[in-house]
Design a protein around this ligand. Sequence first.
Ligand code: A3P
Length: 284
Amino acid sequence: MADDYLWVEGVPFFNNFNPETLRQLRDEFVIKAEDVVTVTYPKSGTNWLIEILCLIHFKGDPKWIQSVPIWERSPWVESDFGYQLLSEKEGPRLISSHLPIQLFPKSAFSSKAKVIYAIRNPRDVLVSGYFFWSLVTTCKKPKSLEEYFEWFCQGNVVYGSWFDHIHGWMSMKDRENFLILSYEELKKDTSKTVEKICQFLGKTLEPEELKLILKNSSFQAMKENKMSNYSFVDGTFLRNELPLIRKDIPGDWKNHLTVVQAEAFDKLFQKKMADLPRELFPWE
Ligand code: A3P
């Protein structure tokens, strides 16, 4: 069991998750109009986005991000810990999730809560995931990148198929309370993308505040912030040193996938994503 998944409605999860909690979460958890929800497929730059949202909340002041763990500032709704914390929290909440849309709390779809969905080039998601999941104790551990490549293409990885995740959430794309961002645009012009997020949230920033946000959410700052780099997560989740904040190089997949794998992935991408607008995928 230690090296396997827990399957819920055809989706693989960490094996310490409780299927009943997941079903209860979907049917009973109330997303409120004032909540801000971050949803991503794992390894799409989620923690970076959360850090930015926390900093926007305090106008760039790093006190909160330096004193409270990231998973308490914006709890993972699908974890027992996060579910509990969020259920007890008063007022507007930051909420994080990697859930595919069919397992997300149903209440969200009739709520005005703002949802930000971040997408990243799946080739980089794949490589980042390979290094990350190899260290996680509560899911299947790939023996090699070749093996993980096959799993990823088949959706036999934690939280299921990347292609299905995107398709599911893109059914929300025309809603006013749904913002789609890409890791690539955040990387290319962080300042402009932070302003876009603020506009979506109905917030304004002074130039000095924006500068503070950029400084305090930079790759280096996050790597050094023990409240954000998961360095003190206990060993039951991670086998050893964690590369959560690993390389920060869009296109790093080129250093890892073979030409044959890259070509096979291109074909799969074309086949699976042809029905979605090209603008969603700025790296293509
Ligand atoms: P790499 O493994 O390709 O380096 P998630 O938070 O969804 O798990 O995503 C992790 C990815 O986001 C990792 O990608 C990590 O390095 C990158 N990342 C984390 N913080 C970042 C930051 N401040 N700036 C840029 N990339 C960051």
